[in-house]
Ligand binder design. Sequence first.
Ligand code: ADP
Length: 588
Amino acid sequence: MRPRRLFTQLTLSFLAVAVLGVAAATWISTRIWRHFLLTQTNADLEAQARFLAHIARERWSRPENLDDLCKKVGRATGVRLTLVAADGRVLGDSLRDPAAMENHADRREIQEAVRGRVGVHARLSPTVGLPMTYVAVPITEDGRTIGVARAALPATAMKAPVRQVYLQVLVGALIILGLAAGLSLWLSRRLTRPLEEIRRGAERLGRGNLSLKLPTPEVEELVSLADALNSMAEQLNERITTIQEQRREQEAILASMVEGVLAVDPRGRLLSFNRAAAALLNLAPEMVGRNITEVVRNPDLQWFVTRALAATEPVEGEVTVREDEEERILQAHGTTLRDSRQVVLGVLIVLHDITRLRRLEIARRDFVANVSHELKTPVTSIKGFVETLLEGALQDPQHAEEFLKIISRQVERLHQIIEDLLSLSRIEQEAEQGRIILHGRRLGPVLRAALQACSDRARDKEITLELSCPEDLRARLNDTLLEQALVNLIDNAIKYSGPQSRVQIEAAKEDGWVAVRVRDQGIGIPKEHLPRLFERFYRVDPGRSRKAGGTGLGLAIVKHIAQAHGGKVTVESTPGQGSVFTLLLQPD
Ligand code: ADP
């Protein structure tokens, strides 16, 4: 059954009660009124019969006048009056001729009156042909009934006053019903309004507006309902706040993780991911819900997800992603994702960027290979000449000296490589352990010392070394290391310049740095070599470098020294015109 509004139900119930009440009251009151009117009419008829009896008794001795009396009095009162002798003969009648009327001895009211009582009877009058009410009283003389006086009224005479009464009662009932309807509406509204307020409040709570409180209703029974709803909303609010806080915490933890984390459902659709995963795999929030194969077109990852979804144990693998020509190597861990009831939700994938680690590994491997390669050439050469000497060349003094000179050069070369390697590893170690102490010093003396150290080699090639440095220019520096870096740079400038050229060393303050420039007019470096120039053992022209006694480590040492100074080294070069190496240091 369709539920009806409480307001309608209450109003209808009140109205039904009112209608029933008014109907009952109307029915009862009309009955009472009818009865009252009948009794009154009978009493009136009796009074008129008695009046007639009184007058008739005085004139009883002349019965011929009695009919006339009836007619006169009947005309005056508007009531039918009849006088009947004790034996039933009609002596007078206000409406008819008594001679033409039959004997009335059988009429019930007459029989009663003859017995000395008041006779009342209502019936159809054979004389008049209408329903009549008769009231008959005895006419007595000396205790003896000598006749009967009867008054009668047609029943229709009663109709008008009864209808009048009915009409008034009906009007009254209608007015009361109207008032009752108004009262029902008012009462129903008064009763349902607090319920309506609670309903609206509950709807607001349902829409999630949990901070709003329901007003306390005026109806006692509803106060506890409103209280219960309010406390329920408060508890819900608290729980939701707690859940939201937990969620925010979890999100913050996930967001601040360096590792990329993503969850995939059993059908391979992306459930969620953190910021790091978004950056690594180029994911956007709107991709949640889509299949991982659609959003990340990476065969490694797709294969890994398939493997992780199929596995029951945690799986591990490597995923290579490429972005803007740059390759990133990610170590992936996949674990089955289950909820608190152990239902499988999918798989959780954690991605760890191991590109740097891998590069370091490769660099270390390359370094070992390079060192071995660098050492192999002089050692092979030494080995060969020593064997030649031992096999007899020692006996030939001219060759022996020549061979020994070569061995000595190769030993010197080995020594240089080992010196540079040791120097590099020392700088690296000390920088890592924070053991390189920087002091605020004047730059001039360090530059002059470096210049001095290279002056012999410059003189050999007739190269002019020029220095320009403000005397008061200061920087935070470690003089031994800085001198070593500058010697390397100046030495290179001399090595890779033709004879009789110029090498300029300039120092100046620049953009918050102290810049030291070593400028030469040498062979220059082709552009494609510049990015890798500071790597260990990197040479533009290995043969030329070796011939010039280079180890390929000089610029790597310069780079590490610059970093240990909190600065950096850069290079600009034009092949055939010369190079400029700039060392940037922190000012004092
Ligand atoms: P090397 O011992 O071979 O000089 P470095 O590390 O000092 O090693 O330099 C690496 C390479 O950079 C050199 O082999 C050379 O090709 C190039 N290079 C360095 N300085 C200069 C320069 N001033 N002019 C031209 N090429 C240079």
